[in-house]
Design a protein around this ligand. Structure first.
Ligand SMILES: C[S@@+](CC[C@H](N)C(=O)[O-])C[C@H]1O[C@@H](n2cnc3c(N)ncnc32)[C@H](O)[C@@H]1O
Length: 249
């Protein structure tokens, strides 16, 4: 039982006595209750988050995209010394709130609903209320998966990241999965891959801002190691490009 995760089947696992379900297919009936937690992630990626702690022993976590609270609850159960602040554009989910209380996680899992990942004012207010002068050591963005929104979130959050910190983009590769992702109906906007291209260019120009980019399956991680204090970040100012403009795919 590595990292406290006990796999029961392809779609079920336990952490600290709590049952997690990874739904397949139709998500319309999914919910979280004190009896079971819905998570849109399989244990492989939770093990990845555990391994990332070997790199940066993160305590302050900011999650973008709560859905049914799966990742926030799982990480809080796996690591009793972390605190997770999460946002989602959706309205409050009472089932998730009840589960957080039932698992006695209310002091370490703080969920903010009705908050868009591009709403700078709201995000800054949440961070100031939740973290005060402390900095964020891990961001996990599993929200819209859209290039423009995710890019904006990175710009908003960069000033709040600890000198040494990790920034994870989940499901970055959707534009390369084919099938329904190949048509523009589901996701008409440019691929999230474009943000990774920009991360790579930042690593080329500002190795202190992004020291390393890793890709493991659907998870892309930027490792930041910089004492620079950022304010009003515009990503395009962080890399040189010989006067050319990136043409998003
Ligand atoms: C893939 S789910 C998150 C899954 C969750 N992290 C888990 O592991 O179970 C994506 C969530 O992002 C939220 N979302 C989508 N667009 C958003 C936006 N612009 N701002 C904030 N949240 C957004 C959706 O409402 C949805 O709940």
């Amino acid at each position: 039982m590595e990292h406290g995760i006990e796999t029961l089947s392809d779609t079920e696992f336990m952490i600290g006595g709590v049952r997690f379900i990874t739904p397949k297919g139709d998500l319309s009936q999914t919910r979280t209750t004190p009896e079971q937690v819905t998570i849109l992630k399989n244990p492989y990626y939770l093990h990845q988050y555990a391994r990332l702690r070997d790199r940066v022993a993160y305590h302050n976590v900011f999650e973008v995209g709560i859905y049914k609270g799966g990742t926030a609850i799982a990480l809080a159960l796996m690591f009793p010394d972390i605190r997770i602040v999460s946002i989602d554009i959706d309205p409050v989910d009472e089932g998730v709130m009840e589960a957080v209380r039932a698992f006695d996680l209310s002091d370490r899992v703080h969920l903010h609903y009705g908050a868009s990942q591009t709403d700078r004012e709201r995000i800054e207010a949440i961070i100031s209320e939740e973290f005060g002068n402390e900095r964020i050591e891990l961001v996990t963005d599993d929200a819209s998966h859209q290039y423009a929104s995710s890019r904006r979130t990175f710009e908003i959050l960069l000033p709040f990241l600890a000198d040494e910190s990790l920034y994870v983009l989940e499901d970055w590769a959707w534009a390369h999965w084919g099938g329904k992702f190949e048509t523009r109906e589901l996701r008409p906007e440019p691929a999230l891959t474009n943000l990774l291209f920009e991360w790579v260019m930042i690593a080329g120009t500002r190795n202190d801002v992004i020291r390393e980019v890793t890709i493991e399956g659907a998870m892309a991680t930027a490792y930041k190691n910089s004492r620079t204090r950022f304010e009003n970040v515009a990503i395009e100012d962080l890399y040189l490009r010989r006067g050319k403009t990136l043409e998003p795919i």
